[in-house]
Design a protein around this ligand. Structure first.
Ligand code: TXA
Ligand code: MG
Length: 315
């Protein structure tokens, strides 16, 4: 069931059941992070392997301090600047956070989502919410309540509808090794914005295996339709006779019917492109096409995270 009733969401969560929650990045599948029953249910509903840990969500930095042993200086600078926001910090966990949440890692991923309904919800809970993106494992993340309902509606009691996600890409995940800050997942907060606050950071590119952030799994965010990245004009020639869809940054291609095209931002705006990406991928995936072709964006700003998602969709 979809609705806007925060009280109802609180009641369900207090019973160790799940509620899908809106955030500015993507919708999350939320449950009491301190309850092994609720956390186990999250893994089950998402069909997620237990080696892939969950982010915990709360509404204030004071509460974060209850769940982590320490916060390095660079993390604190970032927290002050970008929380609430599209940033997830990997920090040493306190014992109160179950091993199930972190898949046995001594680090816990923490985030303060920037969405008024979810912040109000979190401020009324005595526990943080563990919340992965509210999609079946491996599929495209949901950016509307309807996306969640389409795939998980029958498996969860409630979806809190907070409208379309304003950022549209999952949070940027950053961890710390000694003095060094490492971006494990490019996301809705641009690396340039992070570097403006703490200086240069190391950015990991997607790889097949990466024990620190399994979200770096190469094939992820993938539609059902075959998906290829490249120069559309060249690929059209290669795939003549096929029903083709196109995802482009700002321009239309006349070789393909307009209804099979998603232009992410006619003005070439990275934030608008990010906001439209996952809904566009889902839309084209629903058209029964033979192939979706996507062009990469300039490798800067949110273009870097968008390209990361496109590459993983194609892997
Ligand atoms: O924007 C977001 O981050 C959304 C919203 C709902 O907050 N959540 C999200 O969660 O994208 P999920 O589970 O789909 O992706 C979280 C990623 C996973 O790839 C996971 O491997 C990584 O974060 N992660 C979580 N806890 C971790 C930990 N303790 N150490 C390393 N990586 C971790
Ligand atoms: Mg996910």
């Amino acid at each position: 069931m979809i609705g806007k009733d925060i009280k109802k969401a609180i009641e369900i969560l207090n019973k160790e059941q799940l509620v899908a929650i809106p955030t500015e990045t993507v919708y999350g599948l939320g449950g009491n992070a301190l309850s092994s029953k609720a956390v186990a249910e999250i893994f089950k509903v998402k069909n997620r392997p237990s080696f892939d840990p969950l982010i915990i969500h709360t509404d204030s930095l004071e509460k974060v301090e209850k769940y982590v042993k320490s916060i390095p200086e660079k993390a604190m600078l970032l927290a002050r600047e970008f929380m609430p926001g599209s940033l997830t910090l990997l920090l040493p966990k306190e014992d109160i956070v179950p091993d199930l949440v972190t898949s046995g890692s001594p680090l816990v991923a923490v985030r303060l989502p920037h969405h008024p309904m979810t912040l109000e919800l979190l401020s009324n809970l005595d526990f943080p919410l563990a919340a992965p993106s509210a999609n079946p494992f491996g599929y495209i993340s949901p950016t509307s309540a309807q996306h969640v309902d389409n795939q998980l509606g029958k498996k969860i009691p409630y979806i809190l509808d907070g409208g379309s996600c304003e950022v549209g890409l999952e949070s940027t995940i950053i961890g710390f090794e000694g003095e060094e800050a490492i971006v494990y997942r490019k996301g809705g907060l641009a690396v340039e914005a992070i570097e403006a606050v703490i200086g240069s950071v190391k950015v990991l590119n997607h790889s097949t295996s990466n024990p620190k952030a399994p979200g770096q799994l190469k094939s992820h965010y993938a539609p059902q339709t075959p998906f290829q990245i490249g120069n559309p004009n060249e690929l059209f020639n290669e795939h003549k006779g096929k029903k083709i869809g196109v995802i482009s940054f700002s321009k239309e291609y006349e070789q393909v019917p307009a209804e099979n095209q998603v232009v992410l931002s006619a003005l070439g705006d990275f934030s608008e492109a990010a906001r439209n990406l996952f809904a566009g991928m889902r839309h084209l995936d629903s058209l029964n096409l033979d192939l979706i072709i996507a062009e990469l964006l300039p490798e800067k700003d949110l273009g870097r995270a968008i390209n990361d998602r496109l590459k993983r969709a194609a892997a």
